[in-house]
Write a protein that binds this ligand. Structure first.
Ligand code: R1P
Length: 298
């Protein structure tokens, strides 16, 4: 992991004007006006490679942007086209456990909004809690359990700028139902029915993986998968009015049994990402293509 400077750590949030300056800086250097923003989960950075006519920015060169510190998150913002549709893709996301503030790890969502993005497609690697899930399943998120948020760590804590959104945003419609339906249709057409699921994602702070008792608790509470990301981005994306689609690649089975010899580890997470890379790319591409054919979707 790269060491963070004291100044990088200290900064908590950015103003509307600072976010706008970052978005304008990016827009000045590309002719593309992306309507779709994609976030690559751990080991899923290959999704960014499917873009054509790419303009690539390293996070370290983007004003106000944090830096990626996690293996499997390259740290590049990639503009490009997917079947003619202008997209922007985060090849690497930020997590709470990297030491950034929750406002800072979600800054890219506000930059997406100011770039003109209308639909955000988030991906993540997650541990499967649902006993029916297998490693390699793709779970479309229909809802979440926001544990940091329930404990007061919500990215919208602090002064609210109405130019982004309202003080008290609704979250009962966080995951766009039409986009969930679209994923189901496209998944069937691609022959992915056997490994496409829908479920509830629970987010914890990490970076330690869960104990057996924690996994059992999450399962009892209705979670189908567990991870350390995505939900914070969803809250900020919804606050500023973007439509959200999210999926989890089940990279490992959460350990629920004291007799189990399984141990969660990041290497397995990255390996599973590689195994399903092609199907993930096909699903996202087909969905984006369908967005293009129906303006109601964006
Ligand atoms: O959620 P993404 O970024 O895919 O990463 C997941 O993979 C890492 C653990 O292996 C954690 O960061 C977890 O959140």
């Amino acid at each position: 992991m790269r060491r963070l400077s004291a100044a990088e750590r200290a900064r908590i949030r950015y103003t509307y004007e600072e976010c706008k300056a970052t978005a304008d800086w990016l827009l000045k250097q590309t002719d593309l006006c992306p309507l779709v923003g994609i976030v690559c989960g751990s080991g899923m950075g290959g999704l960014a490679d499917m873009l054509k006519d790419r303009v690539v920015f390293n996070y370290k060169d983007i004003p106000n942007f944090p830096q990626s510190t996690v293996h499997g998150h390259a740290g590049r913002l990639v503009f490009g086209t997917l079947k003619g549709r202008a997209c922007v893709c985060m090849q690497g996301r930020f997590h709470l456990y990297e030491g950034y503030s929750i406002q800072k790890i979600t800054l890219p969502m506000r930059i997406f909004k100011l770039l003109g993005v209308q639909t955000v497609m988030l991906t993540n690697a997650a541990g499967g809690l649902n006993q029916d899930y297998k490693v390699g399943d793709i779970m479309v998120l229909k809802d979440h359990l926001n544990f940091p948020g329930l404990a007061g760590n919500n990215p919208l804590v602090g002064p609210n700028d109405e130019r982004f959104g309202v003080r008290f945003p609704c979250m009962s419609d966080a995951y766009d139902r039409e986009l969930q339906q679209l994923a189901a249709e496209v998944g069937q057409e691609l022959g992915f029915g056997d490994f496409l699921r829908e479920g509830v994602y629970s987010v914890l702070g990490g970076p330690s993986f869960e104990t057996i008792a924690e996994c059992r608790m999450l399962s009892i509470l209705g979670a189908d998968a567990v991870g350390m990301s995505t939900v914070h981005e969803v809250v900020v994306a919804r606050h500023c009015g973007m439509r959200v689609f999210a999926l989890s690649l089940i990279t490992n089975r959460a350990v629920m049994d004291y007799d189990s010899a399984e141990r969660a580890n990041h290497e397995e997470v990255l390996e599973t990402g590689k195994l399903r890379a092609e199907q993930l790319e096909r699903l996202i591409t087909a969905m984006v293509t369908r967005l293009e054919h129906n303006n109601n979707y964006v």
